[in-house]
Design a protein around this ligand. Sequence first.
Ligand code: PHE
Length: 344
Amino acid sequence: MQERLEELKQEALSKVEAASTLKELQDVKVAYLGKKGPITEVLRGMGKLSAEERPIVGQLANDVRAAITEELEKKQEIVERAAVEEKLAAEAIDVTLPGRAVNQGNRHPLTAVIEEIEDLFLGMGYSIAEGPEVEQDYYNFEALNLPKNHPARDMQDSFYITEEILLRTHTSPVQARTMEAHEGKGPVKVICPGRVYRRDTDDATHSHQFTQIEGLVVDENIRMSDLKGTLQTFAKKMFGEDREIRLRPSFFPFTEPSVEMDISCFKCGGHGCNVCKGTGWIEILGAGMVHPNVLEMSGFDSKKYTGFAFGMGPERIAMLKYGIDDIRHFYQNDIRFLKQFKRV
Ligand code: PHE
């Protein structure tokens, strides 16, 4: 019986030795130390032993159990530690790896130019006025001295929704709305940025949807020289201190007299180059003195009040400023294009 116990001990210990997972250790434990295990069986047969032998075998059986249990526990600890180490190795992070760059966005170049223009006029005491993009024919045309049969109302030029409602073709209706809201009392000093729509076929210089910024000043004694000074300040701030401006006679139904403003070419300084197409001048915007009819229609006494207005296209200004050759770049939002304006 003693021999049998010794045998079982060796067997169990070599199995513990061979085991490499917790599950295998558990199996060894159940097999050798469990209620149905061989050691328990040996102990059960002790009744047949003599009184002298019994305590010796009992002691031995307990020693064998203790020895197997001890080895099992030791091995269990080793296996557990190995498992933890394996897990740590698998989850290790390399703190020396450089981090992933955060993809930082930037303002859209058109937004940047609009905000630059807004800031410039806010600094000159203007406030910002906005109006609806879906506009009444009355504000878009009629109140601006464009009578019913004016060619600019042609279905070819405007997106009509009904006979009386259309997508505004310029930001000038905001002039009419703003004056109306002032109920005949000056001063009015606003700029009106916003989207406008025309039935144009998109190409490098045309888009059916683009933006405009309108300016309007109405007060007593507002003269053409005020307009000229304002435009000059704008041109210098936007395109450089040594820019000169030139006003050419033009026509808009809502201003009289009307002008187009050119700036001296910022690339060649006026000698002629590809940017100014050899003329030395670049056309920037339309402007004029508010037509007396427009003042009257919006509730202002044209004998007491005068005013000036101007309208420009931020796309054109941004294209000139940054050498962009196709207006469609602004709307396609190709990230490779947009990223070039990170510092603008
Ligand atoms: N509304 C005109 C246009 O769209 C621009 C303009 C505005 C001209 C104000 C004169 C005064 O072309």
